[in-house]
Every structure is written in structure tokens, then in C-alpha cells.
Design a protein around this ligand. Structure first.
Ligand SMILES: [Zn+2]
Length: 492
């Protein structure tokens, strides 16, 4: 490889406050009719004044803690001036030079490694409205329900070196924001959007380092709304820029869009067309002082975040891929945490984790999961593992019971197993009786086995399973049969 990618990402996170950033309007406009969650403030009517939402400040501090960001002291708001129909005031209230969250870092798991990505800053700002352009119409529709929704924009350092790292970073920011409970992080509704900045520079593979310290000319790909889109867009853009350099062409600094269907980025506007936003301090909002006491109060209420959870699970002997499945599904993670409180021995824990990342994950992805079931489901999983341990259930049968528990909220695992006729007969005395009967009834197969036709054993095992209506413990049947067949005295 003669080139390496240099990637930084800006992430817009919609904060889950009750009301908007500077007014009392409902912040959840999903399924609401256009222009119904609006007021004079978010409509930008003359003479109105913004009032900062304290809830949004607390969520920004929460996010800042998850990003290991520097906080405390004076932070202020600024006006970013531009005209667009989705922005009725003619300016956006954002933070220019004194953001609420300063430099920080995040640990990003990429395969078996952990890459540290620097966070430049994170700032609060209001979202704009939404424009729709009806097909064939000579007008556009403006919906201002989203105008004034609080956003946190998280800016990373250009620390990522491959599309895979970019994807992993986007995923980890998503995990962090979800566990810190600052956003619904619903990608479908655009609760999180990623802008990927990418440039390429020569790479000296012999020395395993960049051939140049200098960064190349970068392109910014705007408004990606899935991890996969982040990775694919970065892959496409890396190849496009390398091809240009190889041909001796120049890369222009520009903003590009992403066409999901074609799998291509396309030019939107070049640097020459960039706006001059004429930032200046917002005169209607006083600077905000973030005190140590405010930070501490938020920190004390912060639930465990992915880095700490990963360390705990690693210490409990879980593997990297199991850990990432659990982190990626907070319901399963909560179920795991509940089970783990019982300090089971490793064999039980491992068996339950296998169920969680296998069957249970499949069910949760297909059918969703009701978090109020966590306590009782945790108890059921522990009992179920006990039944397997005692030889009363095969592991295949246990998965059938698990489906009833997770999908259909049935709770008495032993009863479910009985109703489904899944309980195995593992009582040696009982099995020996059945085996003796089968041997007596099938003299020809017994003779065949003794004559060296080992496949006759399979037939006899099948007969025992049939006689027990499928409930005999197969490994035990196998052992008892072999023993009896090798010992003629036992033939009665
Ligand atoms: Zn409003």
C-alpha cells in the first residue's frame, strides 16, 4: 500500500430532552403533523428571546464525561449567520470558540485491537427545520418541528487510518451516547448523523509509517446515517483520491454527498463556494459557567459505560466478539449484568452467554424485547442452565425452552420442558431397563454388533430413543448399550 487514509469524523447527536434547546416546545416531533411543535421562539419571530434548556446542558456534560472531555469554566453561544428557508431566524445558535466540551479521547475496539481516537471538542447547537421537495412541484415544503432541537456536535481528531476504523469509531460513539443515555440514538430517525473528513497521504510500507507528516487535501462527505455508509463512503473516497493522485491530478477541497444506491460519493460544493458565517457572540444568552459541582452531580448519576463494561466482561473470561454483541444490544447487556450478579461458576456463565449472543440475540433482533422481563428472564436462564447441568435437558432442547422464555414470556422453565416433552431420562436404572428390553427384542442386531458390524449400535440406540419416546439421554444410552453388549453376563 503506497497511501494511507487520514480520517476525522463530525457526529451530530440529537439530545433526548423533553423540550427544545431554547423554548418549551416538545422535542419529540416523530409522527406529529408538520409545524405543530413550534412557538414564536423556534419560528424566529421578532422580539422573542431564547432561554437555555438546563436539561440539554446536563446531557452535554454526560456526553462530555463519556468522551473523557475537558469541561468546566465559561462556555458561550454564538450566532452562525446564513440564509436558508429551513432557518427562519437567518442564523443558527451554536458554539464557536468556547464549546461546552473541550479536548478528550475515546477507546475504539477494532477487531482484536483498541485504537485511541482524540476528541477535539463537542458543542451544543440548535437543529434547523426540514425541507421537502414534492415530485414535480415548483415549490418546497417547510416543516419547522425540528427547528430548535438540541444537537451535540462531536468533532474527532483526524486519528483514523482506515475505513474500518472510521466505522468502528462511529459505532463506538453510538454505543457511548446510548449507554450514557443522552440520545435515543435512533439512526432510522436521523438521531445521529456522521460527516466524514478524508484525505490521503503517501505511506512508507517498508518503514510502516506515513511518508509525509503533511495532510493531503480533504473532502468532507456529509450526512451519513449508518455505520456501514461511513465505511463504504470512506472506502470509495479513499480509492477515488488515490486514483486522482496516481494520474497526477489535483484533489480539490470540497463537500461531497453519498449515494447509497450507487455506492458513490458526488461533488456538492467546492471550497470557493463556502460560506462566510460571520460568527459573533449571541447577545441574547449570557455565557454559562460550568462548575465542578455540576460536573460531579452528573458524574455521580452516570451508569457504567462500554469501556468499563468491556473490562468487567473481559475479567469474567468472555471473548471479544461475545463482548461486542452484548455491548451492541443493551437489552442483552442488561440481562447479562443481572445474571452475572449471581456470581455463577464459569461453566454456567459461559453457557448463558452463548445463549444470549446466539438464540437470544436472534429473537431480540427479530421481535424486540420488553426490558421489564429482565429480572425474571435472568432467573429463568439460570434455572435452565441448571437443568442442562443435571442432564435433564440436552442443549438443543434448552434452546427450545429459551425461545419460549425470551420470545413468548413464558416463565416456568421446568414446566415448559415437561409440556414440550423435552426432559431427558438420565436415571441409569430406568435407562438400563429400557436397554435390556431393546437388546432382548433385537437379537439379530446384537449378533451383528458382536460380529463387528459397529453400525448396528446406531440402530439399537435408535430403538432405545424410540422406546423412551425420545426422552432418553443419548450419551448415557450409548454408554449403557456398549457396556451391556460387551458383557454377555448382562444379557438376560
Ligand atoms: Zn418553540
Amino acid at each position: 500500500m503506497k497511501y494511507e487514509a487520514v480520517i476525522g469524523i463530525e457526529t451530530h447527536v440529537q439530545l433526548k430532552t423533553k423540550s427544545k434547546l431554547f423554548c418549551g416546545c416538545d422535542n419529540d416531533a416523530r409522527d406529529k403533523a408538520p409545524n405543530t411543535t413550534v412557538c414564536p421562539v423556534c419560528l424566529g419571530l421578532p422580539g422573542t428571546l431564547p432561554v437555555l434548556n438546563e436539561g440539554a446542558v446536563k446531557l452535554a456534560i454526560r456526553a462530555g464525561l463519556a468522551l473523557n472531555g475537558k469541561m468546566g469554566g465559561v462556555t458561550k453561544f454564538d450566532r452562525k449567520n446564513y440564509f436558508y428557508p429551513d432557518l427562519p431566524k437567518g442564523y443558527q445558535i451554536t458554539q464557536f470558540d468556547q464549546p461546552i466540551v473541550g479536548p478528550g479521547w475515546v477507546e475504539v475496539p477494532v477487531g482484536d485491537e483498541v485504537v485511541e481516537v482524540g476528541i477535539t471538542r463537542a458543542h451544543l447547537e440548535e437543529d434547523a427545520g426540514k425541507l421537502t421537495h414534492p415530485d414535480g412541484a415548483d415549490y418546497s415544503l417547510v416543516d419547522l418541528n425540528r427547528a430548535g432541537t438540541p444537537l451535540l456536535e462531536i468533532v474527532s481528531e483526524p486519528d483514523m487510518r482506515s475505513p474500518a476504523e472510521a466505522k468502528a469509531y462511529a459505532q463506538e460513539i453510538y454505543n457511548l451516547m446510548r449507554y450514557a443515555d443522552v440520545s435515543d440514538a435512533d439512526l432510522y430517525y436521523g438521531n445521529m448523523r456522521f460527516d466524514v473528513n478524508i484525505s490521503v497521504r503517501p505511506f512508507d510500507s517498508a518503514q510502516g509509517k506515513a511518508g509525509s507528516k503533511q495532510l493531503g487535501t480533504r473532502a468532507e462527505i456529509k450526512n451519513l446515517n449508518s455505520f456501514r455508509a461511513v465505511e463504504r463512503a470512506a472506502e470509495f473516497e479513499f480509492k477515488r483520491q488515490v486514483d486522482l493522485l496516481e494520474k497526477g491530478d489535483r484533489i480539490v477541497q470540497e463537500t461531497r454527498g453519498w449515494d447509497e444506491t450507487k455506492g458513490k460519493t458526488f461533488s456538492q460544493r467546492s471550497k470557493e463556494e463556502a460560506h462566510d458565517y460571520r460568527y459573533f457572540p449571541e447577545p441574547d444568552l449570557p455565557p454559562l459557567v460550568v462548575t465542578e459541582a455540576m460536573i460531579k452531580a452528573v458524574k455521580d448519576a452516570l451508569p457504567p459505560l462500554p469501556p468499563a463494561l468491556r473490562r468487567q466482561m473481559h475479567a469474567a473470561g468472555l471473548g471479544g466478539s461475545e463482548i461486542e454483541v452484548l455491548i451492541g444490544q443493551p437489552e442483552l447487556m442488561a440481562l447479562y449484568a443481572r445474571v452475572n450478579q449471581r456470581q455463577l461458576d464459569h461453566k454456567h456463565l459461559k453457557r448463558i452467554v452463548n445463549w444470549l449472543v446466539g438464540e437470544a440475540q436472534r429473537i431480540v433482533l427479530e421481535h424486540g424485547y420488553d426490558a421489564s422481563q429482565i429480572d425474571s428472564d435472568a432467573e429463568d436462564l439460570i434455572k435452565l442452565s441448571g437443568l442442562v447441568e443435571q442432564g435433564k435437558l440436552s442443549s438443543t432442547a434448552a434452546k427450545q425452552v429459551l425461545t419460549e422464555v425470551i420470545q413468548n414470556q413464558a416463565h416456568d422453565v421446568e414446566k415448559i420442558a415437561q409440556q414440550k416433552r423435552l426432559i431427558q431420562v438420565s436415571d441409569a436404572g430406568q435407562l438400563e431397563k429400557i436397554v435390556a428390553q431393546v437388546i432382548a427384542d433385537n437379537p439379530q442386531s446384537v449378533a451383528d454388533y458382536r460380529a463387528g458390524k459397529t453400525q448396528a449400535l446406531g440402530f439399537l440406540v435408535g430403538q432405545v430413543m424410540k422406546a423412551s419416546r425420545g426422552q432418553a439421554n443419548p450419551p448415557m444410552v450409548n454408554d449403557i448399550l456398549k457396556e451391556k453388549l460387551s458383557n454377555s453376563e448382562n444379557l438376560s
